[in-house]
Design a protein around this ligand. Structure first.
Ligand SMILES: [Zn+2]
Ligand SMILES: [Zn+2]
Length: 289
């Protein structure tokens, strides 16, 4: 059983890959199941039907040219969910297709995500809880880190995730839990210095029956460790965590299910977790790794 539970498509502001292409590549790769998880980032992006209108930007977020302009907005929900249904009808005998979202949440945007979940709960199988910004400041541009010590921005990042988790429960797994490390120009921040904060996050996730993801994009980003790190994965296991998903975070077919075999070996043989999960209407099903 092979399932990729973190995939982006044309419905994300930073991807132009058609759903059909991801599905056909998935079939080629022998995936049994895939779950689309396109971006929602309230705080920095608006919904398509926002009365204030939406912005258009270049696909890379900075250099815009006429041809590459894309809506800088959240998923167009009605079109997204209806296309997933069409894809399920078209490809359903060859691959299982699930309907998810990647919620890039922050404490001040929690009410927006609560509203979104209430409105579309019938359509949603799975939600990634991600943190892409804090205080609407991006990590990849260094806006969030600028002017802070490595200790300050790392602690603030994990504190913000923990605060979100305390009130927000409409999610399935914590995505790329140590994402900030991907953009940390000061190098790897020692695990021991934030271990207590990470343990609190994992303990709360376990108590709420939530899981974590192993995000295999770490390989093509050239990170020195898995994402999250092996130490975090091990801590999750030691604290009694059982729910894990595999996600490539592919924004194009090139990276679909990328390095899944490596990730499976690490989770099974090094971390010692023997099962992974797929989801339907937010309920996990366990499969042998
Ligand atoms: Zn993400
Ligand atoms: Zn993603």
């Amino acid at each position: 059983m092979k399932a990729d539970y973190h995939i982006h498509t044309e419905f994300s502001d930073d991807s132009v890959e058609l759903m059909e292409n991801q599905i056909e590549r998935g079939i080629e790769l022998g995936l049994d199941e895939l779950c689309f998880t396109d971006h929602v980032d309230y705080g920095i992006k608006r919904d398509f039907d926002d009365p204030r209108g939406i912005e258009y930007r270049g696909g890379d977020g900075i250099n815009s040219s006429e041809e590459t302009l894309k809506p800088f907005a959240n998923v167009n929900y009605p079109e997204y969910f209806s296309k997933i249904k069409k894809m399920q009808e078209k490809y359903g005998t060859r691959i299982k297709i699930k309907s998810g979202l990647e919620s890039g949440i922050q404490t001040h945007t929690i009410p927006d995500y609560e509203k979104l979940f209430d409105k579309y709960s019938e359509d949603i199988d799975f939600i990634l809880l991600s943190m892409h910004q804090v205080g609407d400041k991006e990590f990849w541009t260094q806006d969030f880190q600028r002017g802070k010590s490595q200790k300050e921005y790392n602690e603030e990042y994990y504190d913000e995730i923990y605060k979100v988790q305390q009130t927000f429960k409409n999610y399935s797994v914590l995505a790329h839990l140590d994402l900030l490390s991907r953009y940390d120009q000061a190098g790897v921040y020692p695990f021991d210095k934030v271990k207590d904060k990470i343990a609190a996050i994992l303990e709360l996730a376990i108590k709420d029956d939530k899981g974590i993801e192993i995000n295999t994009s770490s390989w093509h980003y050239g990170l020195v460790d898995t994402q999250p790190s092996k130490q975090i994965l091990k801590l999750y296991k030691d604290l009694g965590g059982k729910i894990i998903t595999f996600g490539s975070d592919a924004h194009s077919t090139k990276y679909l299910a990328d390095h899944f075999e490596d990730a499976r070996k690490i989770i099974r043989d090094e971390i010692g977790i023997r099962e992974f999960c797929t989801f339907e209407r937010m309920v996990p099903t366990f499969h042998l790794i």
